[in-house]
Design a protein around this ligand. Structure first.
Ligand code: OGA
Ligand code: MN
Length: 298
């Protein structure tokens, strides 16, 4: 029988006694879906899924996103993206290097953000390579009532480009990153997302913004928005990690999270010749949280 055990007091559960390479029954699908809504992060140990099987398992949550960067997908499936610090013999990168290095929720910079993200640890470094998660329902609950009221109907301005965001830096290890972000700054629009997001399935409110993607608040100057954003980000980056779970991978761990109520970041702390390789699949969101969009200049 499948076994679900919490991994911390605030979020996350480990699932054992399950082999995702076998056909997934409707009952099991419901158990997993309910567990994700309850625990926000699921850790499923000892899986060894080929890219095709990872895609098959992932699709129980919905429609898969197609990674924009085909260069870094697996040979077997274009839906599976590789995150890795490995370098090919010709000097090119095997996968995305240093992805997710600042706190964020996946794709909040596009109109319909990602719903669920699934990482399978193929090769785990000896040292480092953890992923940290933050329970954004708890973060929202921790805010003073006056601040909750103030942000209730406000929208964060989200942008993908790191050059538009003073709170982040560009990894020197990622090939072409500076040019990429310069061009994104010019060509990609900002997107508005509600600061308070009501989860479409659980109805729970969470704080929906992040140091990585949220660069302002609609209708406010930078001077007005900055103190609010700093206050909102404080519990996410709090050194005591009060609302957090830090996952230390073993090879063949499959970890998934609900981007609608979780922020996460790659901790890093590893380097060649030590290799980290993850296979990543993403379930697309089913609708926009906010239909308004700002102009490219904003
Ligand atoms: C991601 C991500 C973190 C990690 O895949 O979206 O942020 O630890 N990954 O690799
Ligand atoms: Mn991410």
């Amino acid at each position: 029988m499948i076994n679900v055990t919490p991994v911390s007091d605030v979020m996350g559960a480990e699932i054992t006694e399950i082999n995702l390479a076998n056909p997934i029954s409707l009952d099991l699908k419901v158990v997993l879906q309910k567990a994700l809504l309850k625990y926000q992060v699921l850790v499923i140990r000892k899986q060894n899924l080929t890219p095709d099987l990872q895609v098959k398992f992932s699709s129980i949550w919905g429609k898969l996103e197609t990674p924009s960067n085909i260069e870094y997908t697996t040979k077997e499936s274009s839906k599976v993206m590789i995150l890795s610090n490995e370098i090919n013999p010709d000097g090119s990168a095997v996968g995305v290097v240093d992805g997710g290095d600042f706190w964020h929720s996946d794709s909040s910079h596009i109109e319909i953000p990602s719903m669920v993200t699934i990482l399978q640890s193929i090769k785990n470094p000896e040292k480092g390579g953890d992923t940290e998660f933050c329970n954004m329902v708890e973060v929202y609950n921790s805010l003073p009532e006056t601040l909750k009221i103030k942000i209730e109907n406000l929208y964060g301005i989200h942008h993908v480009s790191k050059v538009k965001n003073k709170r982040v830096t560009i990894s020197p290890d990622r090939p072409g990153a500076k040019d990429f972000y310069e061009s994104q700054a010019k060509t990609r629009p900002s997107v508005l997302q509600p600061l308070v997001l009501k989860h479409p399935e659980t109805g729970q409110k969470s704080l929906y913004c992040s140091p990585r993607f949220t660069i302002g608040i609609k209708g406010m100057t930078e001077d007005e928005a900055d103190p609010i954003l700093e206050r909102l980000f404080a519990p996410i980056t709090d050194r005591n990690r009060p609302y957090h779970y830090r996952h230390k991978y073993k090879n063949n761990d499959l970890v998934l999270w609900d981007n609608r109520c979780v922020c996460h970041r790659a901790v890093g702390g590893y380097g060649l010749p030590d290799i980290r390789r993850m296979h990543r699949t993403v379930i697309a969101g089913t609708g926009a949280y906010n239909l308004q969009q700002t102009s490219p200049t904003q």
